[in-house]
Design a protein around this ligand. Structure first.
Ligand code: 0A1
Ligand code: ZN
Length: 873
């Protein structure tokens, strides 16, 4: 429980006024900005209600209603906002003149300065730092925005919507103005303004109804050459949404601005997306293949929000997953359609297991639809986003694609131009799919538990083979794995399954089948081919059909079989991951299982033979060990240093055992690595994995080759080389790192990856290295990317961060207290590096606890306090 006041879903009341239109006027000076707002306000009810407007760090200059100036005590003002005690009972115009100081705003919320340009971030509650306003997503208005500023300092003046007018203001041409109009009603969190010296690159898109859309990407001078990938990605997203969802872009202009100082990835402001520059500026020389794919998907994500988020928005912030879960689902489907469905699924599951499952196991676990919060910024989590997307994916599976799209269509038609709830969405989906709720083939209330309950459900599976009738009887049991819920909650858990004949091998006995586990216990009968003597091998949760963990009585032989034969990408990969987890678990209990290790290595050798040429990306994925967070989650008493060392030893073993095979493949791969992304990505990925294993196994030639590859024209290759040398901490690692730094020291986006590398690589030089990075002349305290690179990197430097004297933790706490003073959103997100303290072995646990107490005693923001208190309790 937090000591701070929380906001509750159950307290929701409608805002008593409509604000159909807003005119905003920005007069940008050298020291401050004068903002004038003029709002048309209509009371919703006859009974009078006071008008409450939020405001944060705004200086009020004047206020009038229908042209008549208001005087105290007709209104009252505090550090939270403004209250007008008796507003008129019918439509009126409220004009407010105020002053804000974006030049000293380091929070990166509201209007702020980034590398000389003024930019905004209003989601979730930043608009109240710009002008007095209700600042809640259920108040939708049409916006017209006028901006005036010095022509030379701010040649570009942008806001949402379409440009209506631009011109000079005085005879000597020192100042100019722009007027922007957004015809679509929107909540204020989608408001955006950008003013500065920016260059733009433009392109066009013709929609399926023949409308011409002007696309423009704004960047700092010199960065124009890095925008092609972003433009291409946007065009692909526009086309995909038309073809798959029948959704067309609605404005005449689509603008993206790249900003260096940004708290998150990107923001979907209507017609004027603002992006963290690392998610716009990229080509294959500066970004890895994975980064190019991520940029493509984030550009698509923000674009898809235009319908799922902007045209239909959220009634309140408890509904955040309504727009985020759905939009993540849409961007995942987009990437999956464009590239490889199987590989994308593995990528998403791996992310979910390492981050969302870890969150759901710990102190900041919450439901996809939470019931209360202190700071909404703390709820931009992987549960709201990625688990939210999994819920939509389950609905797609349960309804079938056709019905699912009918439901989505109805949702969009019903709620266009308004603010909705997750229940509105689900009801529309079911109605669109089946016409009536009673026709829905699964229990809707039980499905809704996915939204309301936190924690990852666990499924237990046991099989018994009826050889006489060739039937496999499978019993399923579900339990919700959360400390917070003791009640007996039943969920709807869709399980896609198939099975294989042990004798006949590779092809499954039947196509994928759907079993719906909707009770605590339920049985399934699988009829196999008549005459089948042995029990078949069961392949479960194919495509990772629900976001659960499971424990079954499958044997090691079964997993080995599936690792070699399963035709479902996810299930095949997952079987290998299971085996590797088992191996590492036994090693960490000091009893290595050599026979299992041998059999697994042999299976890898067989896999290499069968997959090397056909699917290099999949092969690389199959032979990579599970993520660190996933490994940590296997233990009740986590010893991070031991887990790290054991996982390195295991990888040394793999490297040594398959040395010959890897050397042969790496030669074959070289012919394809220069192809342009997305071509050649599989070969590059596999080459990186091979370099990692061979370098770890002590192959000096590979290590030297890695140093030479730092200057390779593909960033994927260069970073793979850095990665392969990382665990070594020898002079070659040092040499490679210096080479990389010298190549990229003038490019802040790429240099962040160097900062992260330096902070995270193992070495024996102590914590001073991190201190030095933080005072490096190229390090910028105001850029969250840089902070995340160094402090986030440091948190992954296992020996240093988790050092048993607790010094790593204390250092982190001190730095986060400093970060919190300038940027609470970044600090409160980063403080989660301490989330798992209770699960660690005593030494680490005590050290982390001490650092948490230190944070708790410090004068920290309410955002960071909320997280620290949750972690401590
Ligand atoms: N809506 C954005 C995420 C976002 C949230 C908050 C921000 O600033 C505090 C910025 C961006 C998205 O889903 O892409
Ligand atoms: Zn989003």
């Amino acid at each position: 429980m937090s000591t701070q006041k929380s906001i509750k879903l159950s307290d929701y009341v409608e805002y008593p006024f409509l604000i159909p239109s807003i005119y905003l006027d920005f007069d940008i000076g050298t020291d401050y900005v004068v903002v004038q707002s003029s709002m048309i306000i209509k009371p919703k009810k006859k009974e009078s209600s006071k008008l409450v407007l939020k405001g944060n760090q705004i200086k009020l200059l004047s206020i009038s209603i229908n042209g008549k100036e208001l005087k105290l005590p007709e209104y009252s003002i505090s550090d939270k906002g403004l209250i007008i005690h008796s507003p008129p009972g019918s439509e009126f115009e409220l004009k407010i003149r105020s002053l804000i100081d974006p030049f000293r705003n380091t929070s990166l919320e509201g209007l702020y300065l980034s590398s000389g340009m003024l930019t905004t971030q209003c989601e979730a509650e930043g608009f109240r730092r710009i002008c007095f306003h209700p600042d809640r997503p259920d108040v939708l208005s049409r916006y017209t925005v006028r901006i005036e500023a010095d022509r030379t300092l701010y040649p570009i003046l942008l806001s949402n919507g379409n440009e209506k007018y631009s011109g000079n203001l005085n005879s000597n041409n020192l100042r100019h103005e722009f007027i922007w109009e957004d015809p679509f009603p929107k909540p204020c969190y989608l408001f955006a303004l950008v003013a500065g010296k920016l260059n733009s690159v433009s392109d066009t898109y013709i929609t399926n109804t023949g409308r011409l859309i002007d696309i423009r990407i704004y960047v700092e001078k010199g960065d124009e050459k890095y925008t092609k990938h972003a433009v291409n990605s946007l065009i692909k997203a526009m086309k995909w949404d038309e073809e798959n969802y029948g959704l067309e872009y609605d404005l005449d202009e689509y603008k993206i601005v790249a900003v260096r100082h940004f708290n998150m990835g990107a923001m979907e402001n209507k017609g004027l997306n603002i992006f963290n520059s690392k998610l716009v500026l990229a080509d294959s020389k500066t970004a890895t293949d994975d980064e190019l794919e991520r940029i493509e998907s984030v550009i698509a994500h923000e674009y898809f929000h235009n319908w799922t988020g902007n045209r239909i928005t959220c009634r309140d912030w408890f509904q955040l997953s309504l727009k985020e879960g759905l939009t993540v689902f849409r961007d995942q489907s987009f990437t999956s359609d464009l590239h490889s469905k199987g590989l994308k699924r593995i990528e998403d599951v791996s992310f979910l297991r390492n981050f969302q499952f870890a969150e759901d196991k710990g102190p900041t676990s919450h439901a996809v639809k939470p019931k209360e919060y202190v700071a909404i910024d703390n709820f931009y989590t992987t549960t709201i986003y990625e688990k939210g997307a999994e819920l939509i994916r389950m609905l797609e599976l349960l309804l079938g694609k056709e019905k699912f799209f009918r439901g989505i269509n109805l949702y969009i038609r019903t709620f266009d131009g308004s603010a909705a709830t997750t229940e509105d969405f689900i009801n529309s989906l079911i109605k669109g799919a089946y016409l009536e709720e009673k026709n829905c083939p699964f229990d809707l209330d039980k499905f809704l538990n996915w939204y309301y309950k936190s924690g990852t459900p666990k499924v237990y599976i046991n099989q018994s083979w009826d050889s006489k009738n060739s039937i496999l009887n499978v019993s399923f049991e579900q339990k919700i794995d959360s400390e917070k819920t003791s009640e007996n909650t039943e969920m709807v858990i869709p399980i896609l399954y198939s099975c294989y004949s042990r004798e006949k091998g590779a092809s499954p006995i039947a196509e994928d089948n759907l079993f719906i586990l909707d009770k605590n216990k339920k049985n399934l009968k699988i009829h196999t081919l008549p005459g089948e003597k042995e029990a078949p091998v069961l392949s479960l949760f194919r495509r990772f059909s629900s976001p659960v963990v499971w424990e079954s009585d499958l044997l090691i032989d079964d997993y080995l079989f599936l690792f070699l034969n399963d035709n479902d990408y996810f299930s095949r990969w997952d079987s290998g991951q299971y085996l590797m987890r088992e191996i590492l678990k036994t090693r960490l209990c000091n009893k290595a299982n050599y026979s299992l290790e041998d059999r697994f290595i042999n299976a890898i050798k067989q896999t290499i033979k069968s997959l090397e040429i056909n699917d290099p990306f999949f092969l690389a994925t199959l032979i990579a060990i599970p993520g660190f967070a996933e490994l940590e989650s296997l233990f009740t008493k986590v010893d991070p240093i031991r887990i790290y060392r054991e996982s390195i030893d295991f990888q040394v073993l793999i490297g040594n055992e398959i040395l010959q095979e890897l050397r042969i493949i790496s030669k074959n791969l070289l012919v394809n690595i220069d192809h342009q992304w997305p071509m050649g990505r599989g070969e590059r990925k596999l080459l990186g994995t091979i370099w990692f294993y061979l370098s770890l196994a002590g192959d000096i030639d590979v290590q030297k080759n890695c140093v030479e590859s730092i200057s390779h024209s593909s960033m994927t290759i260069s970073r793979a080389a850095l990665g392969a040398l990382k665990p070594l901490d020898n002079t070659l690692t040092e040499e490679a790192s210096n080479l990389f730094y010298n190549l990229w020291k003038e490019n802040p986006v790429v240099l962040d990856s160097w900062f992260a590398y330096e902070a995270s690589r193992p070495h024996k030089r102590g914590i001073n290295v991190i201190e030095k990075l933080l005072s490096h002349p190229k390090f910028d305290w105001k850029a969250p990317n840089a902070i995340r690179a160094v402090l986030g990197g440091f948190s992954k430097n296992i020996d240093l961060f988790h050092s048993l004297d607790g010094q790593g933790y204390l250092f982190m706490a001190d730095k986060l207290i400093e970060v919190d003073k300038i940027n609470p959103i970044t600090a409160s997100r980063m403080v989660k590096v301490f989330s798992k303290w209770k699960t660690y072995i005593n030494k680490n646990k005590e050290g982390m606890y001490e650092s948490l107490l230190k944070l708790n005693k410090a004068n920290i923001s309410s955002n960071t306090r909320e997280v620290v208190e949750l972690i401590l309790n």
